[in-house]
Design a protein around this ligand. Structure first.
Ligand SMILES: [Zn+2]
Length: 137
């Protein structure tokens, strides 16, 4: 992870842009989680996220999660946005989402995203500190 990050992001300016992107997307996704109905938020902790892929240019998240009730069933979650600081949509192939709710699966994917971005943020921040200490712009 560290090697990949430093290979992709080499200058302080690039790192600052990446950090800004993490803060913008992270804030929007955090709002999605914070606004979720409390019972769904609690149930999200029991959901296994099988895979999650972020599209670099749009920030769209495509994920697969396992059903809590039936481990053989999987659902597809798509979280789009953010646009102007807000998530555009958080959809899932489960019944709860089809009723118009932000389901526990979408919340589980959002929470996993926040965890990953927190790690990435710390790595980038440390790399930026190193670069600035070395006087590299
Ligand atoms: Zn769902």
């Amino acid at each position: 992870m560290t090697t990949k990050l430093t290979a992709l992001v080499s200058t302080a300016a690039q790192i600052r842009r990446r950090i800004d992107g993490i803060i913008t997307r992270g804030s929007a996704i955090r709002i999605l989680v914070d606004c979720a109905e409390p019972r769904r938020r609690q149930r999200a902790d029991t959901i296994e996220v099988v895979s999650a892929v972020e599209t670099a240019d749009t920030g769209q998240l495509n994920a697969t999660v396992r059903s809590a009730r039936d481990p053989g069933t999987r659902y597809a979650v798509v979280i789009s946005g953010p646009v102007r600081g807000r998530i555009r949509s958080a959809r899932c192939s489960c019944r709860d989402s089809k009723k118009g709710h932000v389901c526990k699966h979408a919340i589980a994917v959002a929470l996993r995203f926040i965890d990953r971005k927190r790690e990435e943020y710390v790595l980038l921040r440390d790399r930026l500190t190193e670069l600035e200490a070395g006087g590299v712009q």
